[in-house]
Design a protein around this ligand. Structure first.
Ligand SMILES: NC(=O)C1=CN([C@@H]2O[C@H](COP(=O)(O)OP(=O)(O)OC[C@H]3O[C@@H](n4cnc5c(N)ncnc54)[C@H](OP(=O)(O)O)[C@@H]3O)[C@@H](O)[C@H]2O)C=CC1
Ligand SMILES: O=C1CO[C@H](CO)[C@@H](O)[C@@H]1O
Length: 278
């Protein structure tokens, strides 16, 4: 098991950059007091990693909260993503500048290709490689890339992605893809780790929550970390933001880790990367 120590602990990416293994997701948080408060509460609670995207339309609010926080910019790991309609070499370079402009920051910690748009993602990647070499971004990666997308990308590029952000929760594990990423030294990261709230209607996790005196969210998020998967639970509620990060005073046994693994049904709540249409 990778070492999981505290809220500000991190996993090491293939370029030596440390990425905090717990972050705050902000999909569906409004670009006003909602996202500003959420990010501020998270930073106050000790989170040091925020996951946004241009398509979330809240980069301004995220940037404002980070710039006004009582912590140094270098101590927060900021992630954004290039949206599908901006893919291609020149349009990605422009989209990146627009993202930085909305965030009002002068670099990103991680920039991801949001989805593997056919015929575009290899050129998009070349733009990310250029920005990375110019030190505008500390790490570059992809999201929603299946094994064949990664193989294709790697075969045509100089830099192996540092991260692959995928839908991941007890109903969708994709262990073959995780194994492939581990083999290639690509850090696996979970989106919708709580199935966008649907995890709470699965009573199968209630017994584990009782056994460890933790919430179902904490059990699932701790399972992410013990599997070596970075996780970015979203909430805009202060109590939940605090409680979702309370993961460092217990450890799931191997037996309970294996039990959660058995809940996999290869069941998506989001689009299939091989068949999306945005
Ligand atoms: N790369 C990609 O394609 C994608 C990336 N993402 C990223 O991943 C992040 C997380 O995924 P997301 O889809 O938001 O879903 P999550 O699995 O994080 O679930 C978020 C939902 O759960 C609720 N919730 C949060 N904590 C609790 C709790 N302790 N008890 C009960 N309910 C809770 C939230 O409501 P409330 O806010 O009211 O607390 C919200 O409705 C996103 O925000 C985004 O940053 C997401 C989708 C796709
Ligand atoms: O990050 C995201 C949030 O959810 C959206 C709707 O499913 C996706 O398009 C996107 O990948």
């Amino acid at each position: 098991m990778k070492k999981i120590t505290d809220i500000q602990g991190s996993f090491l990416l293939n370029n030596g950059v440390k990425m905090p293994y717990l972050g705050l997701g902000v999909y569906l948080a409004d670009n006003d007091s909602e996202v500003i408060n959420a990010v501020q509460w998270a930073l106050d609670a000790g989170y040091r990693h925020i996951d946004t995207a241009s398509i979330y339309k809240n980069e301004e609010g995220v940037g404002k909260a980070i710039r006004t926080a009582a912590i140094h910019r270098d101590d927060v790991f900021v992630v954004s993503k290039v949206w599908n309609s901006d893919q291609g070499y020149n349009s990605t370079l422009t989209a990146f500048e627009e993202t930085l402009n909305r965030l009002q920051l002068d670099y990103l910690d991680l920039y991801l290709i949001h989805w593997p748009v056919k015929g575009k993602y290899n050129d998009t990647w070349k733009a990310l490689e250029k920005l990375y070499r110019e030190k505008r971004i500390r790490a570059i990666g992809v999201s929603n890339f299946m094994k064949h997308h990664l193989q294709d990308l790697i075969s045509q590029s100089e830099i192996v992605p540092m991260v692959n952000q995928m839908e991941f929760h007890p109903r969708l594990i994709q262990q073959d893809l995780i194994d492939f990423c581990n083999k290639k030294n690509i850090q696996y990261e979970a989106w919708s780790p709580m199935m966008q709230g649907k995890i709470f209607s699965l009573s199968i996790l209630d017994n584990l929550a009782k056994k460890y005196s933790k919430t179902v969210a904490q059990i699932v998020l701790r399972w992410n970390l013990q599997k070596g998967v970075i996780t970015i639970p979203k909430s805009v509620k202060k109590e939940r933001i605090i409680s979702n990060a309370n993961l460092f005073d217990f450890e799931l046994s191997n037996e309970d880790m294996n039990y959660i693994d058995t809940l996999d049904k290869n069941q998506r709540i989001g689009p299939d990367p091989d068949n999306f249409n945005f």
